[in-house]
Design a protein around this ligand. Structure first.
Ligand code: CAO
Length: 554
C-alpha cells in the first residue's frame, strides 16, 4: 500500500483555476483515468483524471478553492505494484511531449518575423460594448489575406458579422478561437504585413501544447495529445458555455459528470434545469431543486418530469429514417434564437390579429412616378418605405402601440421615440434591423435605410446597434405573396404589422364597382397592453394614411 498525492496538472497557460466540482467521496474506489474533480478557468473546464487505481483517501482542496499547477488536490491509497507502474510512465511521456514543443519553439523563434512588420488586427467598432461570440475562424496561420478579407466571424444574439482584415499580409498568429467572446478592440490576429508566408508553426504548437483556451474552442471534450496518466499530466478539456453551442447533446448543457449522473439517476433532462453555479453551471442542488419543484407542482406525479417546460406535453421524437432517406442539419445560431424567441413570445403574449385592406392605388401611382428621380438619386423606393413612414405616424397618433410592459408587472414604459423594425429574410435566418427615428425621416431617407439595412442583413454584417431599440415591427411578405398571415409580436414590443401582396380588387364606390389596388394588412398585438379599440383606431389610421398619402405629410 502507498499513499499517492495527486497534484494539479499542466493548465496549458492558465495561471490559476477554480475547483468547481469534487466528483467522488473519500473511501470511493478509483480506477485509472476516473475523473477526480473538475477545474474551471475563464475559458474551459477540465476533468482531472486519476493517475492511479486505488481508493480516494481524501481531497486536499475544497469545492470553490482556487489552485495552480502542482498544488496537491487529493490523496489516493494504491497497491505498491499499481503505484510503481504509473510512476515509470510520466518521464517517458514528458520526454515525448517536450521534444515537439521544443522543436516548435525553435521553429517559431527562427521564423518569427521582425516586430516592425507585424500588424495586430482587432475587432472594429461593433456599435456596442457587448461581448460577442466568435463562431468561426476564417483563416489559418500561414495564409495570405488581402485587406477586407474575412478573418473571423462574430455572432451576437441577433446577427453574424465578419471581421475583415484591415491590412494585406500573412497570418502569423490567430489570437481568437471559436467560442471566445470579443468586444470592440478585442485581439483577432497578427499579420506579417510584408514578406513571405510563414510556416504553420503556430498550428503545431496548438497540437502539442495543451492550451486550455485553444483546445476548448477547437473541440469540446478533447483529450489533449499531451495527456499522459501522471500526477502532473494534462487534463481532459471540455468547453464552457461559450463554445458548447456547436456541440452535441452530451455537452450542450453546462454541467459536470457527477451532476449528469445524478440527473440520469433521477430521470431529469438537464436542458430543463437552470444552473445557479458560476457562468450558469448546473449544480447538484439545481437538479434536486428541479425535482422537488416538479413533484410539488404535479402533486406527486413524477411523470411531470418527462414533460417539456410549463407542463406542456413534449412532442414525441419520431425516427423519420424508417420512412425514407433523411439528413440532420444543424440550426444556425440565428435560427435557434428565432425559434426560442418565437416560442417565448407565442407562449407569453396573448395575441390578437386584426385584418384590413388599404387602397394603395394612388400610393402605387405616386411611387412609380418617383422611379426616374430614384434612378438619378440611386435610390429604389418600394412600398415598404411608405409602410414604415405610415407606421411611424400611426405610432405618434396611437402611443399605446409604443409601449412595453415593465418587468415588475406594475408599470408600462411609454417610449417617446419612434424606431420601426423591419423583418428581413436572410439565408442565415430572420433578422430585424431597426429604422431609427422613422417619424423624422422622409421617403427617400427611409428607402436608403431599407436598402442599406436589408443589404447588411443579407451579408451578415449588421451591428448589434442596428437591431436594437425597435418600438414596432413590420413584416412584409408583399414581394413573395399570400393574402394574409398572423405575425407573432416581437416582444417586448406590443405590435407587429404583417403585409401581404397587393391585388387589384373590385371596390364599391357607392354607385359602381371600380378596380382598386388593395394591400392586405394584418396587425397582431399584445392584448395585455392593447385593447381592441386601440387596435381598431391604429389600423384605421394606418389604412387612411396609406390610402391617401397626403396625410403622411401632415
Ligand atoms: N405587394 C406587391 N408587391 C410588393 C409588395 C406588396 N405588398 N411589397 C413589395 N412589393 C414589390 C416591390 O415593389 C418590388 O417590386 P418592384 O421592384 O417592381 O417595385 C418587389 O416586390 C421586391 O421588393 P423587395 O422585397 O426587394 O423590397 P421590399 O422593400 O419590398 O422589402 C424586405 C424589403 C427587407 C422587407 C424584404 O426583402 C424581406 O426580406 N421580406 C421578408 C420579411 C419576412 O421574412 N417576414 C416574415 C417574418 S416572420 O413573421
Amino acid at each position: 500500500m502507498a499513499i499517492e498525492i495527486v497534484t494539479v496538472p499542466d493548465l496549458g497557460g492558465a495561471e490559476s483555476v477554480d475547483v468547481i466540482e469534487l466528483n467522488l467521496t473519500p473511501g470511493d474506489s478509483v480506477e485509472l483515468e476516473d475523473s477526480l474533480l473538475v477545474l474551471e478557468s475563464d475559458k474551459a473546464t477540465m476533468d482531472v483524471p486519476s493517475p492511479h487505481t486505488g481508493t480516494l483517501v481524501k481531497y486536499l482542496v475544497a469545492d470553490g478553492a482556487t489552485v495552480k499547477i502542482g498544488d496537491p488536490i487529493a490523496e489516493i491509497e494504491t497497491s505498491a505494484e499499481a503505484s510503481g507502474e504509473t510512476e515509470s510512465e510520466p518521464e517517458t511521456v514528458k520526454e515525448e511531449v517536450a521534444e515537439p514543443v521544443a522543436e516548435v519553439e525553435e521553429a517559431v523563434a527562427e521564423e518569427a518575423p521582425a516586430a516592425a512588420s507585424e500588424q495586430l488586427i482587432v475587432v472594429p467598432d461593433i456599435g456596442s460594448d457587448d461581448e460577442i461570440d466568435v463562431i468561426e475562424i476564417a483563416v489559418a496561420v500561414g495564409e495570405r489575406v488581402e485587406e477586407g478579407d474575412t478573418l473571423i466571424v462574430l455572432e451576437s444574439d441577433k446577427a453574424t458579422m465578419d471581421v475583415p482584415s484591415s491590412h494585406a499580409g500573412t497570418v502569423i498568429k490567430i489570437l481568437a478561437t471559436e467560442g471566445d467572446k470579443l468586444r470592440t478592440g478585442g485581439q483577432v490576429a497578427i499579420l506579417q504585413v510584408s514578406g513571405a508566408p510563414v510556416a504553420a508553426a503556430e498550428v503545431a504548437t496548438k497540437v502539442v501544447a495543451p492550451q486550455i483556451a485553444e483546445t476548448a474552442a477547437a473541440k469540446p471534450a478533447v483529450t489533449s495529445a499531451a495527456q499522459p496518466s501522471t500526477n502532473t499530466a494534462s487534463a481532459k478539456v471540455t468547453a464552457t458555455p461559450a463554445s458548447i453551442a456547436e456541440d452535441t447533446e452530451a455537452s450542450s448543457v453546462y454541467a459536470g459528470p457527477s451532476v449528469r449522473m445524478l440527473a440520469r439517476e433521477l430521470g431529469v433532462s438537464l436542458d430543463k434545469v437552470s444552473g445557479t453555479g458560476p457562468r450558469g453551471r448546473i449544480q447538484k442542488d439545481d437538479v434536486n431543486g428541479y425535482v422537488k419543484n416538479a413533484l410539488s407542482n404535479s402533486s406527486g406525479d413524477s411523470s411531470q418530469l418527462a414533460a417539456s417546460g410549463s407542463g406542456i406535453p413534449a412532442v414525441p421524437a419520431v425516427d423519420f429514417s424508417q420512412f425514407g432517406e433523411i439528413e440532420s442539419v444543424k440550426l444556425s445560431k440565428i435560427q435557434k434564437l428565432t425559434a426560442n424567441n418565437m416560442q417565448r413570445n407565442w407562449l407569453n403574449v396573448p395575441h390578437v390579429t386584426q385584418f384590413d385592406d388599404a387602397d394603395i392605388t394612388e400610393l402605387e401611382d405616386f411611387r412609380k412616378s418617383l422611379k426616374a428621380e430614384g434612378e438619378k438619386r440611386g435610390i429604389r423606393v418600394t412600398p415598404v418605405a411608405f409602410l414604415i413612414k405610415a407606421i411611424a405616424i400611426s405610432l405618434q397618433a396611437n402611443p399605446e402601440f409604443n409601449r412595453s410592459l415593465a418587468g415588475d408587472g406594475e408599470h408600462y414604459i411609454q417610449k417617446h421615440f419612434i424606431n420601426v423594425g423591419m423583418a428581413v429574410d436572410t439565408p442565415r435566418g430572420l433578422v430585424v434591423p431597426v429604422i431609427k427615428n422613422a417619424d423624422e425621416k422622409g421617403i427617400w431617407e427611409i428607402s436608403e435605410d431599407i436598402t442599406s439595412l436589408a443589404g447588411l442583413a443579407r451579408d451578415g454584417k449588421l451591428k448589434p446597434s442596428d437591431m436594437q431599440g425597435g418600438c414596432f415591427t413590420l413584416s412584409s411578405l408583399g414581394a413573395i405573396g399570400g393574402t394574409g398571415f398572423t405575425p407573432i409580436v416581437n416582444s417586448p414590443e406590443v405590435g407587429i404589422l404583417g403585409v401581404s401582396k397587393s391585388q387589384i380588387k373590385p371596390h364599391w364606390n357607392g354607385s359602381e364597382f371600380v378596380p382598386r389596388l388593395m394591400l392586405p394588412l394584418c396587425l397582431s398585438y399584445d392584448h395585455r397592453v392593447i385593447n381592441g379599440g386601440d387596435a381598431g383606431r391604429f389600423m384605421t389610421h394606418l389604412v387612411k394614411l396609406l390610402s391617401d398619402i397626403r396625410y403622411l405629410a401632415l
